[in-house]
Structure formats: C-alpha cells, structure tokens
Ligand binder design. Structure first.
Ligand code: SF4
Length: 496
C-alpha cells in the first residue's frame, strides 16, 4: 500500500483513494508534522524528524532487503498501531526475524543511542520492543538493545519525493493506521448493510456489559456494582485501575455505616492517599476551611491509605484524580450513598427511553468546589464542570444502562429492560476515543465515511467491538484474519 503519485493513493485491492490534498502538501508538512532540513553534519545529506521516520515505518516506504545490524532478515507482517500515548512508538507489530514470527512493539529514533539517552533500557514499558528502527548508522558498538534496523539507505524513493507524498492533513490518524485487507468489503457494502452489521456488533457489546453487571450484582449487590462501575469510569483511561481498587477496598457498605458526609469523604480521599495533612500543606482558601475537619475524620477512622498508583503525567489538569474523586463523592452524596435505590427510582419515573436518557444525564451533572480546583493546593485557570457532558454520556452508556438492564432482568421487569436497551440503541454518538479512530481508519475508505455511519453510540460500540475482536486480537495481521473470508456483509440481506 504505497502512494503511486503525489495525488493518488492506491490502496490494496485496487481501491483508489484520491487525495487532492496531497498536492502541495510539502509546505504544510514542513510547517507542521515533518521538519526536514539539510544537515551536512550528519553526512547523510539531511536530518529528519522522528515523526517523519514514524511515517516511513507506518507506510513501509522501504525497498530491498531489510537486515538488522546483527544480520537478521526482517519481514514486516504488520507495522503495528501508531501509539499516541507514552511508551513505544508502535504497538502490536508483527515481524518475521530470520523467518521467526514475533509480536511486539517498535521504537523509532534518529540516533540509535537515543535508546539509552531516553532511558528505554531501564524502562519496563519498552520490554516488548522487538525492533529498534533508526536513521543513523551507529558510530560505535551497541549492546543491550533490541535488534536494530538502520533505514537511511532503504527508502523506496528520494526523500524529497517522499515528503511530498505524505500529507499532514491525513495525520494523526489516516496514516497512523492504514486500511486493512477487509477495507474493500466495507467499501462495497452500502450504508444500510454497514449500519446493520455495526448495530448487531454494538448490541452484542452491550449484552456483554449487561452480563458482566449481572455477575457483579449477584456477587456484590446492585449498589456496590454501580459504585464500582462509576468509579472505574471516573478513572477514565489512566486511573481506571486505582479507582476500581478504591471502590473494591472502601466498600459501599462501609461508607454507608459511617455517620455523616465528612466521614465518608474522608474515607474515600484518605483511602485513596489523596488527602494532604492540612498542618503541613499550603492549601487554597476554600480547602483551608474544609480540609481540617475531613482530616480529623480520617484520623479518627484509624486506617491507612491504600497503596494505589495514581497517574498524572501527560494528563489534563481537568482530569486530576482529586477532581475525579471529588465528582464521585458529589454523586454518591446526591444519591444519598445508595446508588441502587437512586437508579431504580429514577428509571421508574422515566416513561420512555428518551426520558430515561435525560434524567440520567441530569443526575450526573453535579456541582462541587472541585469545579475550580485541580488539587487541594492548585486552582484551575477557569472553573469547569467536574463531569462534562461527554464523560456523563460515557457513564450512562457504559455503566448505568447496563446496570439497569441487568437489574431489570434480575427482577423480571420487562418494561425497564426494554427502556434501558432502547435508550442505549438510540443514544447519540459518544466522544471518539483512540481505538474508535483506529477502527475507522482500518475499515473505512475514505475515513470520513464515519461521519454518516457512526451517528449513534451503539454503532460506535459496534465498530470498536469488531476492531478489538479481529484487529487487536490478531495483532493487525490481516493474513490470518477470518473477517474477510466470513463474508459478514453478504450474510446481511436487505432489511435484515
Ligand atoms: S485484521 Fe481482519 S478485521 Fe482487522 S483490518 Fe485486517 S482483515 Fe480487517
């Protein structure tokens, strides 16, 4: 899958994708993602940015035999998924090294010794790197590094032409994740068939969540199950695990047994290890007033903080663990610390799926002093809702509706079950996450087709489900993927 001219990208299976924007892209590239300049010092004629090298790897713009510095032949089965978060540059790549199939990560650098300079040799996040792709040939011996591939002499064209062919507008996604072998199938299926397939996949995903909730309800009861689900969702990506652990360790029954809001807030913030000692901490005025009483309650409980690893690096101040936990406390307070009773009461008062979605969203829209703060010491430049609408909608789709549906099944309440299921099916799209974007660029050509297809949460969940079930499970290796051979679209007759 390579660009055949500056204006046309010919995808595999002969599907033309005309990229008019490629013409004249060089200026954009130099001003944006790719910084390429002459550099006589390198002796290579030019020095390129790591981003450009990542693009080259993603596009597999190489020719001839790829051989690592230690003499092993490299065959790229799948270049991996461009990682936009911390860690190696590409995840879940598949390679053959001297014929041996390996799955793992890829790291890209200009200079091979950046591996040490960036501390990757001491960072467990890089333990799964199977290939180190570099531009410069090392000037001295290297050791304790994954197999190293120098690509400066392996490009499939002059670098000037390659820079012209790469279009910044298609990044960060369109070229980070290229179309898969099934893209033609998706392209040939009309919108109706695609929507039906996504609806089925999205409904199956919803069912899986309902089943998980049913198991949790049987194990711990509806209140604890909703509390855990809510806290997990509050952790979003980075802090999902510590939030889940907090809810499992500081149980709802314990919180309910405490007398008063402050004691409960103290148990959660203290248990989380997020409660600073007010006698030795410089606090913002609002917390200087409130925190001593919360600290006093925590001290009286005589407990120790849990050992939780909160992640803060690369995180927006709005998503700080303190703010998220403050939102959790505010919600539990609003629900009188009985999320099960609140949920069932609220749902019973809604007479249609649309009304159910409205009341659930309203119930998650809480106001707390945390609107203006990142931590007990640091404020935000501008106050902001602790739970914005996109996050509220995620919680409704992923926690509250599955919990309601599961509870309705337990109680054989058919109307409630139908309302919850239909509410999920009719919900408008959620915020796009990285995996949905990757799925879109793997399946849909052009990716902008997603705008007309992914108009509901159920359809987004459907594409995500297919992406996880096939692409991620198989490390993006289309050659062994049953999806193309299964004729998934052909099985969907008109009006099915
Ligand atoms: S792995 Fe399967 S589902 Fe994913 S892009 Fe390749 S053929 Fe399609």
């Amino acid at each position: 899958m390579h660009a055949t001219s500056p204006a046309t990208v010919q995808f595999r299976a002969g599907l033309p994708y005309n990229c008019a924007a490629l013409t004249g892209a060089f200026e954009t590239l130099c001003g944006g993602y790719l910084h390429i300049m002459d550099n006589s010092e390198t002796g290579d004629g030019f020095q390129c940015s790591e981003r450009f090298l990542q693009v080259l790897w993603n596009e597999r713009r190489f020719c001839g035999e790829l051989v690592t510095l230690d003499g092993r032949k490299v065959e790229v089965v799948a270049p991996g998924t461009w990682n936009v978060e911390s860690g190696p540059d590409f995840r879940d790549a598949a390679l053959r090294l001297d014929g041996v199939l390996l799955y793992g990560d890829i790291e890209v650098h200009r200079d091979p010794f950046d591996w040490y300079r960036h501390g990757h040799d001491r960072d467990p996040a890089y333990d799964k790197v199977i290939l180190h792709v570099v531009w410069q040939t090392p000037t001295r011996q290297i050791a304790d590094m994954p197999p190293c591939l120098v690509i400066s002499g392996l490009l499939d064209g002059p670098w000037q032409r390659l820079t012209e062919e790469l279009n910044a507008e298609l990044y960060p996604y369109a070229r980070r994740v290229g179309p898969g072998a099934c893209a033609l199938q998706w392209a040939l299926a009309d919108d109706g068939r695609v929507v039906r397939l996504l609806e089925i996949a999205g409904s199956i995903r919803f069912e899986e969540k309902v089943t998980r909730m049913q198991r949790a309800i049987i194990a711990t009861g509806l209140g604890q199950a909703v509390y855990e689900g809510l806290f997990e969702a509050l952790g979003y990506k980075a802090n999902r695990e510590p939030f889940r652990c907090l809810a499992q360790q500081v149980r709802l029954a314990y919180l309910q047994s405490l007398g008063g809001e402050r004691a409960r807030e103290a148990a959660l913030f203290g248990g989380a290890g997020l409660l600073p000692d007010p006698s030795v901490t410089r606090l913002a005025p609002v917390w200087a007033e409130r925190l001593p009483a919360i600290w006093d309650q925590w001290w009286r409980q005589g407990l120790s903080p849990l050992s939780l690893s909160w992640r803060r690096s690369g995180m927006r101040p709005l998503n700080s663990p303190e703010r998220r936990l403050g939102a959790g406390v505010a919600l539990l307070t609003r629900w009188d610390w009985h999320p099960d009773e609140w949920l069932l009461r609220t749902a019973a008062a809604a007479d249609s799926p649309g009304a159910l979605l409205r009341v659930l969203d309203e119930a998650l829209d809480v106001h707390t002093p945390w609107s203006g703060f990142r931590t007990f010491a640091a404020g935000l430049g501008r106050p902001a809702a602790v739970l914005g609408q996109p996050r509220r909608r995620d919680i409704v789709a992923n926690v509250l509706l599955p919990a309601l549906c599961a509870a309705a099944r337990q109680a054989a309440t058919a109307t409630l079950e139908r309302h919850a299921t239909e509410a999920f099916r009719s919900m408008a799209s959620l915020q796009c996450n990285r995996q949905v974007n990757e799925a879109v660029h793997r399946f849909l050509v052009p990716p902008s087709r997603a705008r007309t297809l992914l108009t509901r949460a159920c359809l987004q969940q459907g594409i995500l489900s297919l992406y996880r079930s096939f692409c991620l499970l198989l490390h993006g290796n289309c050659r062994i993927c049953p999806f193309t051979g299964a004729g998934a679209f052909a099985q969907l007759s008109d009006g099915n």
